[in-house]
Design a protein around this ligand. Structure first.
Ligand SMILES: Nc1ncnc2c1ncn2[C@@H]1O[C@H](COP(=O)(O)OP(=O)(O)OP(=O)(O)O)[C@@H](O)[C@H]1O
Length: 328
């Protein structure tokens, strides 16, 4: 449904995205996950037909986003980072206006607006002026304006940013309810968002897609699904240096405590992520003891998506290995 091939965008001399390639299958929710400045908004604006790419191409429902941008706009609903709302209009009035500019015939508008209001659970607010709505409700109006013409594809730029925890859950549930009948791309820099909402994730860092897979497969593919938690007596920074040099170790990071125990003075707690298929547990124990650290605990733990993300976005050396293992 959404095909992105070798897309690049250069602003002046700054490359914002480089050779971005991914696909989104019909009915899927793909999360575009990356830190600030990674190139998520740039990618989404190109897909929405608001920004020309410097190189590469993208198609939505078979239409090239650049050559057929009008047809593409009929096929997508787009929610930019700041929803384009008219604060002095009522919810209903605004959605009628959007339906009109999106070319919905007058006879169909009422039905389409009512359907979008119901879908986004805005029935109680339809006659309220947008200015008076909470941020969570405004975001729902933003999503309602994106789906009012019932497009097959929806592009949502950071849809839960700035919402409180309850509003985040509501908006996530709304997005999930749209999957299946719609193909969705959402961008986020929040990790739990992708595991909770998305069926697949494309991790983007410094303008490049460094991995694409399901959240579960990414963890298995990149970490072998395993890591270790270590509790030692000694300097965390020194222990990190020692551990980082062990064959089969890909990432070492400090953690507040291990195994849910109370953190103790003079102790350091570390998480060690192994390379796919490697089990460096024995070497971790021997190396730490030989280096004079008091080893209190070494436990195998399952890696989290956060580990994968850190691994991908903090360590240049891992990018090569990951791209080779990429399945998309
Ligand atoms: N109009 C512009 N002119 C010049 N550089 C830009 C422009 N827009 C974005 N950039 C740069 O391109 C890179 C990617 O920006 P982009 O907004 O796409 O990232 P993002 O992942 O959406 O980040 P955020 O989550 O902070 O919005 C950044 O380095 C940014 O500074």
């Amino acid at each position: 449904m959404i095909e992105v091939e070798h897309l690049s965008k250069i602003y002046g001399s700054t490359p914002a995205i480089t050779d971005v390639t991914f696909n989104v299958e019909p009915g899927e929710i793909l999360g575009l996950l990356g830190p600030n400045g990674a190139g998520k908004t740039t990618t989404m604006r190109i897909l929405a037909g608001y920004l020309p790419a410097t190189n590469g191409n993208a198609r939505i429902a078979g239409y090239d986003v650049h050559e057929n941008s009008l047809a593409v706009r009929q096929k997508i609903g787009y929610l930019p980072e700041t929803p384009p709302l008219y604060p002095e209009m009522t919810v209903e009035g605004f959605l009628h206006f959007v339906a009109q500019i999106k070319g919905i015939p007058a006879g169909d508008r009422h039905q389409k607006v009512t359907a979008a209001i119901e879908r986004c659970n805005l029935q109680d607010k339809q006659r309220v002026i947008i200015r008076k709505l909470s941020k969570g409700y405004r975001q729902r109006v933003g999503i309602a304006q994106a789906i009012v013409h019932d497009p097959p594809a929806i592009i949502l730029d950071e849809p839960t940013v700035g919402l409180d925890p309850r509003q985040i859950i509501e908006v996530r549930n709304l997005i999930k309810s749209l999957a299946g009948t719609h193909t969705i791309i959402l961008s986020t820099h929040i990790l739990p968002e992708v595991s909770m909402t998305c069926s697949r994730v494309a991790i983007i860092n410094r303008g490049k897609v460094v991995a694409t897979n399901t959240p579960d497969n990414l963890m298995t593919q990149l970490t072998g699904g395993s890591g270790y938690e270590v509790e030692i007596e000694g300097e965390a920074a020194l222990a990190k240096q020692v551990l980082q040099n062990i064959a089969g170790v890909s990432l070492v990071e400090s953690i507040p405590t291990a195994g849910g125990h109370q953190a103790q003075a003079n102790r350091a707690y570390l998480r060690v992520i192994s390379q796919p298929g490697k089990e460096p547990g024995k070497d971790i124990a021997t190396t730490l003891v030989r280096a004079g650290f008091g080893l209190h605990e070494l436990r195998r733990v399952n890696a989290t998506l956060e580990d994968v993300f850190l691994q991908l976005t903090t360590e240049e050396k891992n990018l090569e290995a990951v791209t080779q293992g990429e399945t998309a």
